[in-house]
Design a protein around this ligand. Structure first.
Ligand SMILES: Cc1ncc(C[n+]2csc(CCOP(=O)(O)OP(=O)(O)O)c2C)c(N)n1
Ligand SMILES: [Mg+2]
Length: 336
């Protein structure tokens, strides 16, 4: 959500405070996740932990392009969306730790972050499981004349699932205000895209539904912002859905349990040249939007914030045992 002021920084579509905010968010996601990886190694986080490291520009650039009333849904690699939407890092870390103070009371963990007050509906662990609920929200928006756009993020792997095709079809038939946001990081777990997808360019899949699409550089936060803004305007003007394929790469394994035997170290190193954070930092410095000192201040503040988030999670209580069955719809005692 960008500032509404008209002033723009030379060479950029946004003013300085927005640009610095975007840089801060990307750096926060990176440091938050580096720290969560450490916490995982110390045994403080149970279950899966999927890191977004390398893909931060997508969440940050695209969420900057929407309004507060718009809906956001994503897959299990969801820390970036949560932090870009402004969820409290302490409460997100506490959720990873399974603590009572977590964003969903410690019941969902890393893959199920959500906050209804921000229209952030998850964090879904089932690949493509959120695509049809996303279409449902877009349908409600149109039916009730709410002028809300749905941002639905998913991976390249999800485009091979049946629900993807059902969702794309219905959204196109009903001309719904939804952006299908495909983060193509070239792999689904340990499987390279070329082994499982008949086409290598995910944007081509939109052609089958006569849906307009764009292929964008997911490592360039400004491009992500500008293209998402265009897509949001398309949806808001009643022209129906849009498909965006953001080209990206994850620098870490699929999850913390991934020995990464399916790709060469050299490949990962090559892609590090496209790390979205230094790319944005260098551009801000070159265009003299920011000084090294200002960046250093941001780094310091974020590092403190992440430390405080871990402390908050560490010091928070576990949910009490007697609340174990709260929010479970079926009675666990009587169901056989
Ligand atoms: C229906 C379903 N099948 C299989 C899995 C196991 N699984 C978890 S993540 C994943 C890969 C998905 O890859 P992609 O959609 O490209 O997202 P990425 O992890 O690359 O961000 C798979 C197969 C699952 N969670 N759900
Ligand atoms: Mg993928």
């Amino acid at each position: 959500m960008a500032s509404t002021k008209k002033s723009r920084t030379k060479g950029f579509p946004l003013e300085k405070s927005d640009l610095l905010d975007m840089y801060r968010q990307m750096y926060l996601i990176r440091e938050f996740e580096n720290s969560s990886a450490e916490q995982y190694a110390m045994g403080k986080i149970a279950g899966f932990l999927h890191l977004y490291i390398g893909e931060e520009a997508i969440a940050v650039g695209s969420i900057k392009a929407i309004e507060e009333r718009d809906h956001v849904l994503g897959h299990y690699r969801d820390h970036g969306y949560a932090l870009a939407l402004g969820l409290d890092p302490g409460e997100v870390m506490a959720e990873l730790f399974g603590k009572k103070t977590g964003v969903t009371g410690g019941r969902g963990g890393s893959m199920h972050l959500a906050d209804a007050s921000k229209n952030f509906w998850g964090g879904f662990a089932i690949v493509s499981g959120h695509l049809l609920p996303s279409v449902g929200l877009a349908y409600a928006s149109k039916y009730m004349n709410e002028d809300r756009v749905v941002l639905c993020y998913f991976g390249d792997g999800a485009t091979n699932a049946g629900a993807f095709h059902e969702a794309m079809n219905m959204a196109a038939v009903w001309e719904l205000p939804i952006i299908f946001y495909c983060e193509n990081n070239l792999y689904g777990m340990g499987t390279a895209v070329e082994h499982v997808s008949a086409v290598q360019e995910m944007a081509k899949k939109a052609l089958a539904y006569d849906m307009p699409s764009m292929q964008i550089d997911g490592q360039n936060v400004i491009e992500v912002y500008e293209k998402t803004k265009e897509a949001v305007e398309h949806c808001r003007s009643g022209k129906g859905p849009m498909f965006i394929e953001a080209l990206t790469y994850r620098f870490r394994g699929h999850s913390m349990a991934d020995p990464e035997q399916y790709r060469e170290r050299e490949e990962v190193e090559q892609y590090r040249a496209y790390d979205p954070i230094p790319l944005f930092r260098d551009r801000l410095l070159e265009e003299k939007v920011v000084t090294e000192d200002e960046l250093e201040e941001i780094h310091k503040a974020v590092n403190e914030q992440v430390k405080a988030a871990v402390k908050f999670a560490d010091e928070s209580e576990n949910p009490p045992l007697e609340t174990l069955a709260d929010f479970v719809y079926a009675d666990p005692i009587t169901v056989r």
